[in-house]
Design a protein around this ligand. Structure first.
Ligand SMILES: Nc1ncnc2c1ncn2[C@@H]1O[C@H](COP(=O)(O)OP(=O)(O)OP(=O)(O)O)[C@@H](O)[C@H]1O
Ligand SMILES: CC(C)(CO)[C@@H](O)C(=O)[O-]
Ligand code: BAL
Length: 282
């Protein structure tokens, strides 16, 4: 596995693959890898000849400095996991390599930037869109893989690629969960054992909401029922509950005919967790 710390090195590597007629899939990550990331890597391997992974904790998408400082990192462990999985190259630039000191250009999906997680983390999606655009431009990959766990992020990136005619295919991968149902996330290691247990309420609330949607419920009533469900767990500090159109993330009418996505965000201690589930009306 080739380790590239400069833009030039990863660009040359990808160009060599493509010159030999090999398709290249990119899996962008912020490291501290887990089975969710490995599932993205396996999907990428099944869909392209070569797989490259980026590891970059992008400062411009963090609002809270404390969240950035506390973000877990373990490069040596990450490299081992990726090597075992047969990844061809990893791109892990320093912040100074990634961003020009005089940078002034950003990429923004105007409406999606302001709602849901965008409202909770102002500036977050602008940071994501900008760094993902840079990763696409730097690598020149043919396809890129993103997790549905970060559901809004996936829709934001698909929208950006559509609007700006970026020559890359975006593929979403279903959320990978621990055996007890908690969505895997690098931030889970920061949970106390009590909060780790309490966080199971999120997946339970999603199962409850899924049943309610299949029974014909949506709209503000359903959102309130989900709030009441999560209120049973006193350690959960609920930040948001939204039932939205699964494709556009628009608000949904009280009678639905299309799939919806239930989006949850809650704090356990100082750790903000998100989870999601797509539900179909009967
Ligand atoms: N449980 C999961 N199942 C599927 N994909 C996932 C899962 N967790 C993360 N991913 C995806 O992996 C990619 C990299 O995510 P990232 O490195 O931020 O990991 P993370 O676990 O989401 O970390 P955190 O939520 O703490 O920021 C994203 O596309 C993300 O959606
Ligand atoms: C897509 C991403 C790697 C951009 O920094 C990040 O938001 C993530 O890990 O989901
Ligand atoms: N997985 C999304 C990246 C973030 O939380 O900043």
């Amino acid at each position: 596995m080739k380790i590239c710390r400069t833009k030039q090195d990863i660009r040359d590597t990808v160009q060599r693959f493509q010159a030999a007629g090999e398709s290249v899939a990119l899996v962008p990550t912020m490291g501290y890898l887990h089975e969710g990331h490995m599932t993205l890597v396996r999907s990428a391997k099944a869909n392209a000849v070569r797989v490259i992974v980026s590891i970059f904790v992008n400062p411009t998408q963090f609002g809270e400095a404390a969240d950035l400082a506390a973000y877990p990192r373990d490069e040596a462990r990450d490299f081992k996991m990726l090597e075992t999985e047969g990844v061809d190259a990893v791109f892990c630039p320093a912040v100074e390599e990634m961003y020009h000191p005089l940078k002034q250009t950003t990429v923004l999906t105007e409406d999606l930037d302001k709602v849901l997680m965008g409202a909770l983390r102002p500036g977050h999606f602008k940071g994501v869109c900008t760094v993902v655009t840079k990763l696409f431009n730097i690598t020149g990959a043919d396809k890129a893989f993103f997790g549905e766990k970060d559901y809004q992020q996936l829709q934001v990136i698909k929208t950006m690629v559509r609007d700006l005619d970026m020559p890359i295919e975006i593929i979403g991968v279903p959320t990978v969960r621990d055996v007890d149902g908690l969505a895997m996330s690098s931030r889970n290691v920061r949970l106390t054992p009590e909060d780790r247990q309490a966080a199971l309420i999120l997946n339970k609330a999603l199962a409850f909401a899924d049943y309610e949607v299949s029974d014909g419920r949506t709209g503000p009533d359903l959102e309130q029922e989900i709030r009441d469900f999560i209120a049973r767990e006193p350690r959960a500090k609920l930040e948001s509950v939204d039932v939205r159109d699964a494709e556009t993330l628009a608000e949904v009418p009280s009678t639905i005919t299309r799939p919806v996505v239930i989006l949850l965000a809650a704090r356990f201690g100082d750790v903000l967790l998100i989870d999601q589930r797509v539900a179909n009306p009967a």
